[in-house]
Design a protein around this ligand. Sequence first.
Ligand SMILES: [Zn+2]
Length: 158
Amino acid sequence: MPWPEISIPSPNHAVTPPHERIGVCFHHTVIPFGETLALMQTTASRVSYHVVISTDGTRARLVADHHVAWHAGVSSFKGRNAANAFLLGIAFAGDTRKDPLTASQIASALEWMGPRWSKYRWTLEWITDHRQVAPNRKDDLKPDEWARLLQAIRSHFV
Ligand SMILES: [Zn+2]
């Protein structure tokens, strides 16, 4: 059964050049789902994700895959700077340093990734998180939760 997905477009994105969609960067939002969506409607925040997943598994789509969301900031992955250009941003509502991801969040993320995994020819090595693309600056996800998520992705897709 599909998880509910709502569309709440955020103005905080760039249309050109088109997003390269080589992989995914996971985040947690720290603040709750509703507050996150509200923040991303304000242009002053200059922040967005492609999708945010509530603790109950509900997804909110904010930015189209082919547009650049503003989630990673100063970042580097596989020797290349500015991950926003090539990694889609997906965020879990909440703070993984305090509370583990819910089973619904992980299942909903896998469902969101499903059609994209084949369409964009993703591989495990192009799936990462904010902590790894912005080391010493960002701490999402908590390492234990990242390991748990990566294992779920591996089991599902590889
Ligand atoms: Zn982040």
